[in-house]
Design a protein around this ligand. Structure first.
Ligand code: NOJ
Length: 673
């Protein structure tokens, strides 16, 4: 009886909703009521709108798809029913920028059917969080529809104004997001990648991106009006966007909404919109700091292929293992160990073998030696974009590594296309990258993926996906013809690229006196290099310079100490592209670390330490720009000092041009000061 009353009352609610939607929008708010989404059918066309504190963030904008055989411009939908749910829970990460993540959202699911004889069922699921909105499309199981071919997505993002946006282009400079961010108005853009970050005239910070990109094409944003973008899915080589078997769900389209730049950084919306961890046992997944036979190749001191300067020799790897062991670093990445590097590998990767070593690289001897020193070899699979060649060898390659105790592999896909014709970020690439992560998990191997598809939170589901490139990393400071990354680059990354997840940026330059390309080198001070370990999150974090450049430098102590997984993260101050200061709490202790960086302008920043635990004193070890430091003329000087601080104090940081500061704050026993 009770059940049937409930059923009748919910039916009433639903039919009220339906009649209201066919005329009036359906509304859903965030738990704190500041973010609101409206959904409506305008002449049978689905439309959504987003507001923050009553102000329009996204004006009513189109939704849906053009499917082969069913062009949406001819399609009208009717609302069948709508469901609402509320979630308020938290979950724990095995590693990350936060140990615990709160998932508090309200959900609205609208069940639609298209008009006409073969009415197609399509659901749209909205989730509204305090930090923004996600929505995704679902095609539920239905009679007469086994599969769909998506020709276009129609989702629009109609902004009320011609906002400022930080963006990178799509495919024109390279296929894997390795561009410097530009800042312009929306009207000055064309087609841009996500995450794209916006600043509105009324002081909001927005980021458009996606979450849970699984067996679909990536979304890019094509400008269709001076204030509007449409989702432009990355196509297959034949022009189709997505092949899907019904039932399926699209990735989430996400809009993070913040009142300060730092709100974007601490948003957990993307992770909340991915599936929970699918691995039963994650005890083998270990964040780590590593060195590598790597920078030497980029500096043209060593070669990947065979020859007099081959980098990956047994002797050299053993020296690197000794160095890692002595300094408490966990891994040594070795590139150029396997057959296939000779010739033009980046044009044709089909010659790569992932199981055969070069004769001067003894895998057995190296991995046994590493085990004695409590260090692991980090494996390397550069594919040159030859996916079929890699997939044919992948099981054997991971099995070989597993047999030798190698539990992390860096993958690479240097080529304009995968297998000669497909984009890295189309459905083909998305499928391949996921297959690598899932296969690696079966062999208990962690992945660091270079030239990837952008991150959309897959690390929640498969936490062996540790880190990715997918951004312009520090390697550009070795050989890029444009002078390397400007000092502002790293002050933009936390608010753009980093919203897509961990970045294997490879900080750690201590020696600035190399010259591969005249005028190109790391455009920071040494202290800023240290600060980047706090600013740029990567649970596999590299100390990228040659070991000989670290020997004897007291600033190396910071790299040895700094963790690469954090139980908490705060942004203490930021102006995108100018400066940023972050505080992060060590995963395994009560120590805090601060990183502060500036662009080419020197500046003094005042830090409010009230995030520290009240009643405790902390020893602050400060690595600051030394006397005369300047990224252009004198990057080296670092002043290392220490003092005692507590939560009610402020600290002044003097940052040099292109400079930074790194601080380790360790709580003192309660009685001591
Ligand atoms: C590009 C990667 O980003 C870099 O780290 C690697 O050394 C080369 N490809 C070779 O695999």
């Amino acid at each position: 009886m009770k059940n049937s009353i409930l059923a009748i009352s919910s039916l009433l609610i639903i039919s009220n909703l339906i009649s209201s939607c066919n005329n009036q929008p359906l509304q859903i708010s965030s738990p704190d009521r500041t973010v609101e989404v409206l959904f409506t059918l305008e002449d049978g066309k689905p439309r959504y709108m987003v507001t923050k504190n009553g102000n329009t963030v996204i004006e009513f904008s189109a939704m849906g798809f053009d499917l082969r055989g069913q062009t949406d411009s001819l399609t009208r939908y009717r609302l069948i029913s709508a469901d609402r749910n509320t979630t308020d829970e938290s979950w724990e990460q095995p590693w990350g920028e936060f140990r615990t993540i709160e998932d508090r959202h309200n959900e609205l699911v609208v069940h639609l059917v298209s008009d006409g004889r073969n009415g197609i069922l399509m659901d749209i699921r909205f989730r509204v969080f305090d930090d923004g909105v996600g929505f995704r499309y679902a095609f539920p199981e239905q009679r007469g529809l086994d599969s769909v071919v998506i020709l276009d997505e129609l989702t629009r993002f109609n902004f009320p104004d011609d906002h400022q946006v930080w963006w990178i282009p799509v495919h024109s400079e390279n296929s894997y997001y390795e561009s410097l961010y530009r800042k312009s108005q929306i009207s000055g853009t064309d087609t841009i990648n996500t995450p794209a970050t916006f600043e509105t005239r009324d002081g909001l910070y927005l980021a458009i991106h996606e979450a849970d990109l699984t067996d679909f094409a990536s979304m890019t944003l094509r400008k269709v009006h001076p204030t509007q973008y449409v989702s432009e899915l990355v196509p297959w080589s034949n022009g189709v966007k997505v092949y899907a078997k019904v039932p399926f769900e699209s990735p989430w389209r996400t809009i993070i909404i913040g009142e300060e730049p730092g709100d974007l950084v601490i948003s957990t919306l993307m992770l909340n919109l991915n599936d929970p961890c699918k691995l039963d046992d994650v005890s083998w997944i270990e964040p780590s700091k590593y060195i590598g036979i790597w920078w030497g190749m980029h500096l043209e001191k060593y070669t990947w292929g065979q020859g007099p300067n081959h980098g990956a020799t047994t002797k050299r790897v053993m020296r690197y293992i000794d160095f890692a062991g002595e300094h408490g670093l966990d891994g040594v990445l070795v590139e150029g160990w396997n057959r296939g590097w000779d010739g033009d590998w980046s044009e044709d990767g089909t010659k790569f073998s992932f199981t055969e070593s070069y004769p001067d690289f003894d895998l057995e001897k190296i991995t046994s030696y590493a085990a004695e020193k409590n260090v692991r070899l980090i494996g390397h699979h550069e594919t040159g974009g030859a996916v079929a060649n890699y997939e044919n060898q992948m099981e054997d390659a991971f099995a070989l590594y597993q047999q030798h105790g190698v539990n992390a592999v860096k993958t690479g896909y240097v080529n304009k296309y995968l297998d000669g014709s497909e984009w890295h970020d189309g459905q083909f690439g998305v499928r391949h990258y996921r297959k690598v992560v899932e296969t690696a998990a079966r062999y208990r191997i962690m992945i660091d993926n270079h030239e990837p598809v952008k991150g959309t939170g897959l690390q929640r589901t498969f936490p062996n996906l540790m880190t990715q490139e997918g951004g312009r990393g520090q390697e550009y400071d070795a050989w890029s013809a444009d002078g390397g990354n400007p000092p502002s680059h790293t002050a933009v990354l936390p608010f753009t690229r980093m919203l897509a997840g961990p970045f294997d940026f490879t900080p750690g330059t201590f020696a600035f006196d190399y010259s591969v390309v005249e005028g190109t080198r790391v455009n920071t001070t040494l202290a800023k290099q240290l600060a980047l370990y706090v600013i740029i999150f990567s649970p596999q974090q590299m100390a990228s310079d040659l070991p000989e450049n670290y020997e004897g430098n007291p600033a190396f102590e910071f790299i040895k100490q700094v963790p690469c997984t954090w139980s908490d993260t705060k942004v203490l101050n930021a102006v995108i592209g100018e400066y940023v200061t972050m505080a992060r709490k060590d995963w395994n202790s009560n120590a805090w670390y601060i990183g502060s960086i500036t662009n080419e302008e020197p500046r003094t920043l005042v830090l409010d330490l009230s995030f520290l635990e009240g009643g405790l004193y902390y020893k602050a070890e400060i690595y600051a720009d030394g006397e005369g430091a300047d990224y252009l003329t004198n990057p080296g000087p670092v002043k290392i000092t220490s003092r005692v601080v507590h939560a009610s104090m402020h600290m002044n940081l003097e940052l040099a041009a292109g400079g930074g500061a790194a601080i380790r704050l360790v709580p003192l026993p309660r009685q001591s000061k």
